[in-house]
Ligand binder design. Structure first.
Ligand code: FES
Length: 171
């Protein structure tokens, strides 16, 4: 089968890789770059365990071909923290026990990072509160969070704690 040499931008580093054209981004991350924080659950786009950020928006890496993401910025769970400092979403998952077995956690966290960005984009008043102080931060309800996080399954059913962690991180 055909192989292609691509340059893959992951967590602010550029990697030159020769991959079979059918290699998914998920397999390239795990097997070629040793970034095993991204998990393989269903490998069919149904569980969200493989969620990464592609140019800041979430994507199931099992559904992306590595050759198709050349030129885009990939962020995995390994790149979410700011050096030694955990991302607020990571800290909130720790503080509020947003996991049980942990298998879905990196996908949940990557998804939550993007969800919080979506909130900011949908309700700009939340990030420009100084312009319209009377508007205050928007109420981010559990239903809204559950809906937006619904692509990330948790087989342990730790949803209550996950929603709590995302709520806390969003505030
Ligand atoms: Fe990609 Fe399940 S492994 S969505």
């Amino acid at each position: 089968t055909k192989s292609t040499t691509i340059s893959l931008r992951v967590n602010d580093e550029t990697h030159s890789l020769t991959v079979d054209n059918r290699t998914t981004l998920l397999d390239a991350l795990r097997e070629r770059l040793d970034l095993t924080g991204t998990k393989k659950g269903c490998d069919q786009g149904q569980c969200g365990a493989c969620t990464v950020l592609l140019d800041g928006r979430r994507a199931n890496s099992c559904l992306q071909l590595a050759v198709a993401v050349e030129g885009r910025e990939v962020t995995t769970i390994e790149g979410v923290a700011d050096g030694e400092r955990l991302h607020p979403v990571q800290q909130a998952f720790l503080d509020f026990d947003g996991y049980q077995c942990g298998y879905c956690t990196s996908g949940q966290i990557c998804s939550a990072v993007a969800v919080i960005e979506e909130f900011a984009a949908d309700w700009p008043s939340a990030v420009t509160a100084d312009v319209r102080p009377e508007a205050g931060p928007p109420e981010v309800g559990d239903e809204e969070i559950r809906e937006r996080m619904s692509g990330n399954l948790c087989r342990c059913g730790a949803y209550v704690s996950i929603v709590r962690a995302v709520t806390e991180a969003a505030e």
